[in-house]
Design a protein around this ligand. Structure first.
Ligand code: MG
Ligand code: MG
Length: 258
């Protein structure tokens, strides 16, 4: 496993890419409402990236499970969809839905990757709690990440946030290093496993990481739909996803997609 450490100059470039992602996601959060389609959100994110001179990262990505490359600039995952939902003008959001949007760009050779989950109109208290607990897992990681800490300690605290809320951490998908490529080493599970404890990751200044907890209201089991992309919960219950790109710095960590 080759984890590259980024220089201060590279981290500034990653921050500029991250700022484009942050701008797009903040605009999308503003316009989410019942009746808008995920295709319209996709157009808006693409427009913001293009205006900033950035390339979107997800469109055209291939998968061994899918016949078609990913067709959207954003991943838009509604309710029981966990990640990798395909945006479409035919998918209109309804009052009471929850929507996860994941977006990434490359600017001047460097990548940014971030995601949020938000309620559409009025949602149930339990759906709001799911969104808040998942966000709080990400905040926990941001609070404690610093040089010298092992990732298993971060993952353990993140997992505890979900478990004590009675929710299940998705184990089939994990966070990742990020830099000139969207997916770099290391893999960053949001839970502790024997494999992680055997191959733990010691956080070092200059590591840049996309931390992205995915949490299910019911069981942790997920499956991929026939389109080869959309990941859904097996029990049909809702799922939430939050992500930030962070840089490990001497005093802790810096969020590059804020
Ligand atoms: Mg992402
Ligand atoms: Mg990511």
């Amino acid at each position: 496993m080759a984890i590259t450490l980024k220089s201060g100059r590279e981290i500034e470039k990653l921050r500029r890419a991250g700022a484009v992602v942050a701008k797009a996601l903040s605009k999308l959060q503003e316009v989410v409402r019942p009746g808008i389609s995920t295709g319209e959100l996709d157009d808006l994110a693409t427009q913001i990236a293009t205006e900033a001179g950035a390339a979107t990262l997800f469109k055209g990505v291939t998968s061994p499970y899918a016949r078609q490359p990913f067709p959207g600039a954003i991943c838009s995952s509604v309710n029981e969809q966990v990640v990798h939902g395909i945006p479409s003008k035919g998918v209109k959001l309804n009052n009471g839905d929850i929507l996860s949007v994941d977006f990434g760009v490359k600017l001047d050779g460097y990548c940014g990757d971030s995601a949020f989950t938000v309620g559409v109109g009025e949602i149930t208290a339990e759906k709001q709690r799911l969104i808040d607990v998942t966000r709080s897992m990400l905040d926990t990681a941001i609070d404690i990440c610093k040089p010298g800490l092992k990732w298993s300690e971060v993952a353990g605290q993140m997992e505890q946030v979900a478990k004590s809320a009675g929710f299940a951490v998705v184990t089939d998908f994990v966070g990742h290093g990020i830099g000139t490529e969207m997916h770099e080493d290391p893999k960053l599970p949001n839970f502790v496993s024997r494999e992680l404890l055997r191959n733990d990751i010691l956080l070092k200044e200059g590591m840049v990481l996309a931390v992205e907890p995915m949490v299910n209201m019911g069981g942790k089991a997920v499956k991929v739909l026939k389109d080869g992309w959309t990941v859904v919960t097996r029990d049909g219950k809702s799922s939430a996803h939050w992500e930030h790109t962070i840089a490990i710095i001497n005093s802790g960590c810096n969020v590059l997609t804020a």
